[in-house]
Design a protein around this ligand. Structure first.
Ligand SMILES: Nc1ncnc2c1ncn2[C@@H]1O[C@H](COP(=O)(O)OP(=O)(O)O)[C@@H](O)[C@H]1O
Ligand SMILES: CC(=O)N[C@@H](CCC(=O)OP(=O)(O)O)C(=O)O
Length: 292
């Protein structure tokens, strides 16, 4: 009986959110632990299937950094990162594209379909979804001077052509995007998956952008979870060293998406089962929400 009451009250709590988001678009970046552990894989699949089932236009963008590392290692290729971006020469680009489009994308599509959903995969090359230009990186040296560093085939998304994506989505499928972009000359680009999720959310005018990660959310300097941050607070959090490392591109892509009209961005702990549903459909949520 107690269980029944708990279930009913959870449903009552979720109902207004279901009504509010039905017909709207939610973009989810899938990666990290949520991809590596069987029970988390299943809960992710069930979450996105449920979102689609209740009428939310659900779009998945996946990462695959650890899977790329593993294959590069097998081939004896060493890779390094500059400000969170993998330095990508031609040989590395071949491996990145093979792993993301040929392996990880197939696995994510298979995972959703296996649990009763209808997913269809694509990369940023399909339908010219993600047009890229070479990303230019400036690195501050110890003496304070700034140096331009060549990080190879790493792309900045300069144009999103969502026609294929919306066709797939209107056909009742969940689009699953591999973060590979295409240049004006047809060349492949390796694109950070958070960045792709932010750009796709912006282009679709999404209601929400949800980034799954391996921490509980954005934390203060003393380690407490910041459950809500205003867009205007983000530059200070970076300048005063609260947000560092891999969290910088995450919060930056959230703020870019919010500035482009996305209503809310969430950085959520993908190590928790049903993290997506808990963040969207409960009053308190579980991670950090960034508000415009
Ligand atoms: N203020 C902060 N709150 C939470 N994590 C932070 C913060 N500043 C830096 N980080 C770091 O950012 C990491 C998340 O970025 P990253 O490892 O690139 O994520 P992912 O692999 O999920 O894409 C965390 O593991 C943490 O070490
Ligand atoms: C340019 C760049 O760094 N691209 C990433 C693409 C995959 C990715 O972003 O995967 P995660 O979300 O798992 O980190 C890479 O090569 O690892």
């Amino acid at each position: 009986m107690q269980k029944l009451i708990e279930k009913a009250s959870t449903l009552m709590e979720a109902l207004p959110y279901i009504r509010r988001f039905s017909g709207k678009t939610i973009v989810v970046k899938y990666g990290g632990h949520a991809m590596a552990e069987e029970k988390l894989r299943k809960s992710f699949a069930l979450d996105v299937i449920l979102l689609k089932y209740i009428g939310i236009n659900t779009v998945v963008v996946h990462g695959g950094g650890p899977q790329i590392n593993e294959t590069l290692k097998r081939y004896g290729i060493v890779s390094e990162f500059v400000q969170g971006m993998r330095v990508t020469d031609a040989e590395t680009m071949g491996v990145v594209e093979m792993v993301l489009t040929g392996q990880v994308n197939r696995e994510v599509v298979g995972l959703i379909n296996q649990h009763g959903g209808r997913a269809a995969g694509m990369s940023g090359k399909d339908g010219s979804l993600l047009i890229c230009e070479k990303m230019l990186k400036q690195v501050k040296k110890e003496d304070g001077s700034v140096e331009q560093v060549d990080i190879g085939f790493v792309g900045d998304v300069v144009e999103v052509n969502p026609a294929l994506l919306t066709a797939v989505e209107r056909g009742g499928f969940i689009p699953v995007i591999a973060p590979i972009g295409v240049g004006r000359e047809g060349e492949s680009y390796n694109v950070n998956a958070d960045l792709v999720a932010g750009k796709v959310a912006s282009a679709l005018g999404a209601e929400k952008l949800i980034l799954l990660t391996d921490v509980s959310g954005v934390k203060s300097k003393s380690g407490d979870l910041l459950s809500s941050i205003a867009l205007s607070d983000v530059p200070t959090l970076i300048e005063n060293g609260t947000v560092t490392g891999g969290m910088i591109p995450k919060v930056t892509c959230c703020t870019d998406a919010l500035s482009a009209g996305v209503k809310k961005a969430h950085i959520v702990d993908g190590r928790i089962e049903h993290a997506i549903l808990l963040e969207i459909f409960t009053n308190v949520g579980i991670g950090t929400e960034i508000l415009a």
